[in-house]
Design a protein around this ligand. Structure first.
Ligand code: DC
Length: 233
């Protein structure tokens, strides 16, 4: 019996992290956790409670309300995916809008928000056998992870992918505004004080600019097998 390990996947937004991580977890029969969805859930909450006016977040009000937020994942038998819930409401569709994307980096820079979500994420990895993706998984949530991966791609390639995804489901957005959002999020995620996105020296680099999904998946499986064998030796 092979030992179960923790696989931490970090990287820039719209690199295909979630798709690849989900596919890898299913292949290994591991649990998959999309931590970006948890930060998006808090951003959705702040937006629906009108805590953001003219791009200005009422940080005090949000931090005040944090203890009342319950965020969790529940398997959806129709899509065979885990949907994110906020206080017992399925908000999976609500968290993928450009409005949420435009505010989530601001929310993710708040230390109190991070502390709450990181605590929950650490607990999810207690049994190992988990693939978790985000920005600080290898650096903060699971510094002890047996396999760390850093995913990136050229900003223009990432913007095109996100644009195709949004317009594909009927959202009216322009390529330029999507590219602007990608660049802005890169900047905020990498320069914030608390847990900035960094490429760790012990992380394997996966640049997906010129790779299709199958090639990404094959590379991830190769690295995972190596790490699982090493942990089981
Ligand atoms: O992966 P995503 O695009 O759904 O993430 C949404 C935002 O949440 C992103 O701008 C950065 C932030 N995030 C974070 O700060 N830490 C994580 N572990 C995951 C996401």
């Amino acid at each position: 019996m092979k030992n179960k390990i923790i696989i931490a996947i970090d990287g820039h937004s719209s690199t295909g992290k979630s798709t690849a991580a989900k596919q890898l977890a299913a292949h290994l029969h591991y649990v998959y956790v999309d931590t970006g969805a948890m930060y998006r859930a808090v951003a959705f909450f702040a937006l629906s409670e009108n805590m953001i006016k003219e791009d200005q977040l009422d940080r005090v009000a949000l931090v005040d309300q944090l203890p009342s937020l319950t965020i969790y994942f529940k398997h959806n038998p129709v899509t065979d995916r885990a949907d994110v819930y906020l206080n017992d409401k399925n908000i999976e569709k609500d968290i993928r809008t450009l409005e949420v994307s435009n505010t989530v980096s601001q929310i993710a820079a708040i230390s109190e928000v991070r502390a709450k979500l990181v605590e929950q994420q650490k607990a999810m990895g207690k049994e190992k056998g988990i693939v978790m993706d985000g920005r600080d998984i290898g650096s903060v949530v699971f510094p002890e992870a047996e396999l760390k991966i850093f995913m990136t791609a050229d900003p223009e390639v990432r913007a095109q992918r996100r644009y195709d995804e949004l317009t594909g489901r009927g959202d009216h957005v322009s390529y330029d505004e999507v590219l602007k959002n990608v660049l802005e999020r890169d900047h905020i995620d990498s320069t914030r004080e608390d847990s900035p996105l960094v490429q760790l020296p012990d992380a394997k680099l996966l640049d997906t600019s010129h790779m299709n999904r199958e090639e990404q998946f094959e590379q991830l499986v190769r690295w995972s097998k190596e790490a699982i064998n090493k942990a089981s030796a």
